[in-house]
Design a protein around this ligand. Sequence first.
Ligand SMILES: NC(=O)c1ccc[n+]([C@@H]2O[C@H](COP(=O)([O-])OP(=O)(O)OC[C@H]3O[C@@H](n4cnc5c(N)ncnc54)[C@H](O)[C@@H]3O)[C@@H](O)[C@H]2O)c1
Length: 244
Amino acid sequence: MKALSGKFAVVTGGGKGIGAAVAKRFIAEDAAGVAVLDYDWAAARAFAESVGGNVLAVKCDVSDREDVGKAFASVYKEFGRIDVLINNAGITRDAMYHKMTFEQWDAVINVNLNGVNNCCVQVAAKMREQGYGKIVNISSSSAYGNVGQANYSAAKSALFGFTKTLAKELGGKNITVNAVAPGMIDTDMLKTIPEQVLNSFIAASPAKRAGSPEEVAGAVLFLSCDDSSYVNGVVVDVNGGFIT
Ligand SMILES: NC(=O)c1ccc[n+]([C@@H]2O[C@H](COP(=O)([O-])OP(=O)(O)OC[C@H]3O[C@@H](n4cnc5c(N)ncnc54)[C@H](O)[C@@H]3O)[C@@H](O)[C@H]2O)c1
């Protein structure tokens, strides 16, 4: 029996990057079904077709509450239940704070914070009823503060308190809620960081390299399966020892 045998999972922003690596790992660990929710429909579909297994591509903007409701309804219809929710969809709109526009602020908060709430709301009551659930929120090492990312840092650090509170509220129902805070991970998101800045981060990092999406997926898997049954409300840093 593998780590996720018989389990149904939802991975938001699973069309590429870290989310795709997580979804792929879940299928390799025998998940009964993985729904990939992404607003990039083409990417989600192409990914689902490339992986094989029971991967369901669902078009969904996590910042749109109505859209999220419809997407989860379609997943429940297809799978019957959701055991694991990975809140991974995220964006950056970087700017120094004195130049940051309200549009940049709102966009990041709406996806990276409100989007997580929109999805948790869809599963919390049902996980309580089924007496089982695993929620993993993808935060970031930028949660500890990072120049040019006041919006992103605010959203990602808010996930710490949110995660720990849900862990306390839902823990008695056999539900764990944890967070993963990746450092520099080699995805399209990293390409938005100026090369010089990125090189200085890498030079300051004990690992002297960026991490891979698969290295994040390993930590997410641990928090998504029963190996972590007594781990609740924690933040796992996956950053090669680099603290910003
Ligand atoms: N790459 C890094 O260095 C890094 C570091 C720390 C944290 N993270 C976090 O990891 C998560 C995944 O990042 P990534 O590097 O794989 O990024 P990515 O840009 O490669 O992939 C993000 C995915 O999320 C989807 N997405 C974005 N907004 C969405 C929305 N509103 N609704 C649905 N889907 C949406 C995109 O279409 C894309 O498929 C994000 O939450 C990000 O903040 C990334």
